[in-house]
Design a binder for this molecule. Structure first.
Ligand SMILES: [Zn+2]
Length: 134
């Protein structure tokens, strides 16, 4: 799926300079071409819609791996960091291997979906709590 999208992006990248040359000539010669504009617009719209659909799929896959309540232990090399849990909000932002909490702290999904509620044993970050329930 991602390879097909990547191919489509590369196709667009490859043809875009030709399109821009066409549009530039159109503007400079003051000879508007509805067909040129429509063709480019449709290609951009189709690809944009495919990218949005894929981003929704990726987001759903991310959400499926996290606890439903959104509380994750803070990431860190020190065991001290494990005592605090943060909330990653309804639409968590994944940055590499960590998820950013609403307060900006990096978090790891140590316990995955956490069905046994182990994250609940950590102290909850007040900043995250305040921002969530304001
Ligand atoms: Zn926090």
């Amino acid at each position: 799926m991602d390879h097909r999208l990547l191919d489509r992006l590369r196709d667009l990248h490859g043809s875009l300079s030709t399109d821009i040359t066409f549009v530039t000539r159109m503007v400079e010669d003051d000879v508007p071409r509805a067909d040129v504009l429509r063709d480019l617009g449709e290609r951009l719209t189709d690809l944009g819609a495919a990218l949005l659909r894929r981003s929704e799929d990726v987001d759903a896959a991310v959400l499926a791996k996290l606890p439903a309540d959104g509380w994750l232990p803070e990431a860190g090399e020190h065991h001290q960091a494990l005592v605090v849990a943060h909330n990653v909000g309804a639409r968590p932002l994944r940055c590499g291997r960590v998820y950013l909490a609403v307060c900006g702290a990096p978090c790891f999904p140590f316990y995955g979906r956490d069905p046994s509620g182990r994250t609940a044993r950590h102290e909850r970050c007040r900043t995250c709590g305040d921002r969530l329930f304001r």
